[in-house]
Design a protein around this ligand. Structure first.
Ligand code: SF4
Length: 395
């Protein structure tokens, strides 16, 4: 067991989609719906095995159903998973339970059931409001589906909704992007995740770009879209708390951030269960087998293993103190308001951040990408535009 006392975060991977979108390189599969019932049984078994190996009910403050398309599961399936979670873990009262949903895969009844079982945050894959862009992305919904899903979600009581959008698409002009953002804002979400499209290796989209069937996105235009977004959302009172994430302030003026993702960005321990999921716990990085078929087989027939392994664990890597310090910098600097605190770093590692990374800091400061505010190291305005260059220094 780790010396970390928690609370922990739990990621649950649901690797099913109606269609595999051409830009997507996630561990998800279309046309395997027949595996869903067994997969849910296997996931419940893995949750139980994990708790048995831990020998105690670890405290959890966030649960995240990610995918894939978790909203493809039936209400009964989601309920079975959540009940396995509450048996295996101590789900703290002030919890955040997020489910990723795709518009067009939810209805009033399914959203009502989700809310009733304790899911209290929805992350909706909107991506764009523009039919031509949605076609390029091969998304299976239109903007009306998003509007309808949000209406239903509000009607059944969801008070914390994120919308995911992508910018820097082939053929997308800055005006197209601005219209997408305005339409998203019109839906009054609490949170926005706005990602710059990356053409992932091995995806159909990469092949289309390679053959000249789609234009390669222009990074300068994407940078212009990002700058406009920062200025516009700032003027609208949003908090840009992470490189790709914005949140409305709550009643105390704090951004309504995704608490689950904060656990990653703060480089704190989390548990990942489900095909291809990975976790970071007890100083180890653990990853499960990728394929849902083999995952099911292993979870349903496997024996108990040493913590934090389960029957589905495919790899375990020890994270040494120096790597953990590097990852703490790399992830923490993504948090634009919080950054990395020198005193927290020293308390955690027993070393001074400025000593461990003296060279990197001098270099990045010299380039005007990093600065210190009181106790915190933060990206500068220029650093936000060149985040990857900063994060690379800590690899
Ligand atoms: S719906 Fe999401 S997870 Fe599924 S294939 Fe499309 S982008 Fe990937």
């Amino acid at each position: 067991m780790s010396s970390f006392l928690g609370p922990y975060s739990l990621y649950l991977h649901i690797p099913f989609c109606r269609h595999k979108c051409g830009y997507c390189d996630f561990n998800t599969y279309a046309g395997k719906e027949d595996l869903q019932p067994d997969y849910v049984r296997a996931l419940c078994a893995e949750i139980t095995q994990f708790a048995e190996a831990a020998g105690e009910r670890l405290p959890l403050h966030t649960v995240f159903f990610g995918g894939g398309t978790p909203s493809l599961l039936t209400s009964q399936q989601l309920e079975a998973i959540l009940s396995a979670v509450s048996e295996a873990f101590e789900l703290l009262p002030d919890n955040e339970i997020t489910l990723e949903a795709n518009p067009g895969t939810v209805d009033l009844a399914s959203l009502q059931a989700m809310h009733a079982m304790g899911i209290n945050r929805l992350s909706m894959g909107m991506q764009s409001a523009n039919p031509a862009e949605l076609r390029i992305l091969e998304r299976q919904h239109d903007f009306d589906d998003v509007v309808q899903a949000i209406d239903w979600a509000r009607a059944v009581g969801f008070e914390n909704i994120n919308l995911d959008l992508i910018f820097g698409l082939p053929y997308q002009s800055i005006g197209d992007w601005q219209r997408n953002v305005e339409l998203a804002l019109g839906l009054n979400p609490e949170h926005l995740s706005l990602y710059n499209l990356t053409i992932e290796h091995g995806t159909p989209m990469e092949k289309q770009v390679g053959r000249g069937l789609l234009p390669e996105p222009d990074p300068d235009e994407a940078a212009e879209m990002y700058i406009w977004t920062m200025q516009h959302l700032n003027a609208e009172g949003w908090r840009h708390y992470e490189v790709s994430n914005w949140a409305r302030p709550d009643d105390n003026g704090e951004p309504l951030a995704c608490r689950h993702n904060l656990q990653y960005w703060r480089n704190l321990p989390y548990i990942g269960l489900g095909a291809g999921a990975h976790g970071f716990i007890g100083g180890l990085r653990v990853a499960d087998v990728l394929g849902p078929g083999v995952y099911i087989e292993r979870c349903l027939n496997g024996a108990l293993r040493k913590f934090p392994r389960t029957a589905a664990t495919a790899s375990v890597n020890e994270i040494g103190p120096y790597t953990e310090m590097q990852e703490t910098m790399m992830m923490g600097l993504r948090l634009l308001e919080e950054g990395v605190s020198s005193s927290d770093f020293e308390e955690r590692f027993g070393k001074q951040l400025e000593d461990v990374f003296a060279e990197e800091i001098a270099y990045l400061r010299g380039l005007g990408l990093l600065e210190k505010h009181d106790d915190r190291w933060l990206l500068t305005g220029k650093g936000r535009m060149l985040g990857n260059q900063v994060f690379m220094q800590f690899v």
